[in-house]
Design a protein around this ligand. Structure first.
Ligand code: ADP
Length: 368
């Protein structure tokens, strides 16, 4: 009966086990210089420390600044090691019943989409290529692990947030905007009215939906320049599993565990600080600004253990509120260019990412 829809009636979802405060982990991924940066002779200002390194060293002029993160993935880290280092544990947590989110945050052109999606094609043997990113790898890994679960269902959704509008990337009805409502049954979550949620039975079916949604995003981008760098995309996998609770096996009682994983490719972080834009551009920049700024504030409030978390101040955080804070797991991958030409954006990304990690642990600055 694998892959069938499970009825949630009469099912008692066990509470996810209590987890310590390290619910938010922040990683940095720095690619090597691209052709343009090499051609322009733009100096390398960012260095990392190999596979297990946790520090990013930013050197410019006489200043050296060292930032520490939960993990730093340098140019030597391939797609598989990024998956193993960041996403694998999250999948474990999702299968235990946590709501989890992985964000890619960074300047346009630094590798957010490469990290989250990468190559979506399979080779002639039906296997993913080395260039496959987190989304395709999660799908294959998930179904591999579920093969040991007697009864489960998997559903996915894929939406885009542009100008604070929510667009369904899986809908046949192009251009239909979705509305968010508060969930009357659960004050921590929202209901997205009319969103397509598609049940999948194999990773290949999931991959086809990722391709479908990504292509829709691309088509919209060609119609409106810059759109992909200004929009956020959220691919969500929800798993229902019937498992026996180890503590209660004597009663043979079965439970349904529900886990959720959001894979979020954020708008380019340069939109957060864009100035001098006018009219429609200003409106767009301002709205993206709102979502990225609010996300930063929400994460900051969670790190600080604030009483008020400003989820409601942007669509993105409202949409993800059941997966941020409380019994959830969040991973942020901040992507960087190592070249001097991007220095200002790199500093802003490192500061944003560092604030998300801990406000107590400030970066070390050495003036030579
Ligand atoms: P973003 O989504 O941040 O705008 P992309 O993911 O589109 O950036 O990356 C820009 C280009 O750089 C793409 O051609 C991508 O394949 C390449 N790229 C990014 N990161 C890496 C990396 N770590 N290794 C190899 N190529 C990369």
């Amino acid at each position: 009966n694998n892959g069938s829809r499970l009825s949630m009636r009469n099912a008692t979802a066990p509470q996810a086990p209590h987890c310590p405060a390290s619910n938010i982990k922040v990683y940095v991924r720095c690619r090597s210089r691209n052709q343009r940066e090499v051609k322009e002779n733009s100096d390398v200002v960012v260095s990392t420390q190999g596979i297990k390194g946790k520090e990013v060293i930013l050197k410019h002029g006489n200043t050296t600044k060292t930032y520490t993160f939960d993990g730093v993935l340098g140019a030597e880290s391939d797609q598989e090691s990024v998956y193993d280092g960041v996403a694998k544990d999250v999948l474990d947590d999702m299968l235990k019943g946590y709501n989890c989110t992985i964000f890619a945050y960074g300047q346009t052109g630094t590798g957010k989409t490469y990290t989250m999606s990468g190559d979506l094609q399979t080779n002639i043997n039906g296997k993913l290529t080395e260039e496959a990113g987190i989304m395709p790898r999660v799908l294959f890994d998930l179904f591999g692990r579920l093969s040991k679960v007697p009864e489960y269902s998997v559903k996915v959704s894929f939406i885009e947030l542009y100008n604070e509008d929510i667009i369904d990337l899986l809908s046949e009805d192009d251009g239909r905007l979705l509305k968010i409502y508060d969930d009357t049954n659960n004050k921590r979550s929202v209901v997205i009215h009319g969103m397509d949620e598609v049940y999948i039975k194999t990773p290949e079916e999931g991959l086809d939906l990722v391709k479908l949604g990504s292509n829709k995003r691309k088509v919209a981008t060609t119609k409106c320049n810059d759109r992909s760098s200004r929009s956020h995309s959220v691919f969500t996998i929800t798993v229902h599993m019937k498992i026996q609770d180890p503590i209660r096996t004597k009663t043979e009682e079965e439970f349904v565990t529900v886990g959720k994983l959001n894979l979020v490719d954020l708008a380019g972080s340069e939109n957060i600080s864009r100035s001098g834009a006018t009219n429609k551009r200003a409106r767009e920049a301002g709205m993206i600004n709102q979502s990225l700024l609010t996300l930063g504030r929400v994460i900051n409030s969670l790190v600080e253990n604030s009483l008020h978390i400003p989820y409601r101040e942007s669509k993105l955080t409202r949409l993800l509120q059941d997966s941020l804070g409380g019994q959830t797991k969040t991973r942020i991958i901040a992507t960087l260019s190592p070249a001097k030409v991007s220095l200002d954006e790199t500093i802003s990304t490192l500061e944003y990412a560092h604030t998300a990690k801990s406000i107590k642990n400030r970066p070390q600055v050495n003036q030579a």
